[in-house]
Write a protein that binds this ligand. Structure first.
Ligand code: URA
Length: 270
């Protein structure tokens, strides 16, 4: 059991840290109450060397997690995750994939219909567009790690037909899933964290973050040495015509090039 006092003190630390970010970046208006779920996660994370059983249907899965846990350990543990109800309607957990020591981590919102069936992130239409944008930005997908803030597909049935319609995850579902992403960050330790779309950006950078205002900019944030937010590739797929799609794609590629430049600079220093 995590005591209220412990939660309160961790919450205070996080609030103080957020205040600093707020001053620097004009981000999020958080108070001790709204930060409680984050504090609970921080504590759970700090206990992870002992167990992360609260995130799994089967405590045995996560009992195996130690500070030296690998992505494979995590994936195995997350496959039984019951931290929120999304697993019930989803086919499977879709965990992140890619190079274990990737320089760039790309984070989307949640797996889509095809990802849910395949069990792999970004393999559907948005993933194909992302692949193309990465190529154009000079980034090899084998050098990146791709994941989502929520690891189960949230959907509702279409009024007609058998289509499964994507539903935006609730804050509580994002919070429930958060420890997996924190683990991924801790293991991969990317140089650049790229938030794809408003859901991922707001989940990671605060609910007041606006991709429209800050896209493509290097942001100072504690999650990684460099953080960049850009649009979600699926928004480009929804462009109203070819011209708009091409210009949105160009901007998206430019944002990704920013990430590539950081990595290149870092490489040239070493
Ligand atoms: N959209 C996402 O945000 N993630 C995926 O994995 C696929 C589509």
């Amino acid at each position: 059991m995590i005591s209220f006092q412990a939660l309160q003190s961790v919450a205070d630390v996080i609030v103080a840290r957020r205040r600093l970010y707020k001053q620097r970046l004009g981000l999020c208006h958080l108070n001790a109450k709204s930060i409680m779920p984050l504090a609970a996660n921080s504590i759970r994370n700090s206990l992870k060397s002992r167990s992360a059983s609260s995130h799994s249907a089967n405590p045995k899965d996560t009992d195996q997690l130690r500070p030296s846990a690998t992505l494979a350990d995590l994936r195995r543990a997350a496959s039984g995750c019951r931290a929120c109800d999304l697993w019930k309607a989803a086919t499977q957990t879709v965990f992140g994939e890619g190079a274990a020591k990737a320089n760039i981590m790309l984070v989307g919102e949640q797996p889509g219909d095809q990802e849910d069936r395949a069990g792999h992130p970004f393999v559907g239409p948005a993933g194909k567009l992302l692949d193309q944008a990465l190529v154009e930005a000079g980034i090899d997908r084998s050098e990146v790690y791709v994941t989502n803030v929520v690891k189960h597909f949230k959907w509702s049935p279409a009024e007609r037909g058998r289509r499964r319609i994507h539903k935006k995850p609730h804050y509580s579902e994002i919070q429930a899933c958060r420890p997996w992403l924190d683990w991924e960050l801790e293991i991969v330790k990317p140089q650049v964290l790229v938030c794809l779309g408003a859901s991922a950006a707001q989940a990671l950078l605060g609910k007041d973050f606006r991709v429209t205002r800050q896209r493509g900019k290097l942001i100072e944030f504690s999650l990684a040495p460099h953080v960049i937010a850009t649009v979600h590739p699926s928004s480009i797929l929804r462009a109203r015509d070819d011209e708009s799609r091409h210009s949105q794609m160009r901007e998206f590629v430019n944002d990704l090039r920013q990430a590539a430049r950081v990595v290149k600079r870092k490489r040239s220093v070493h």
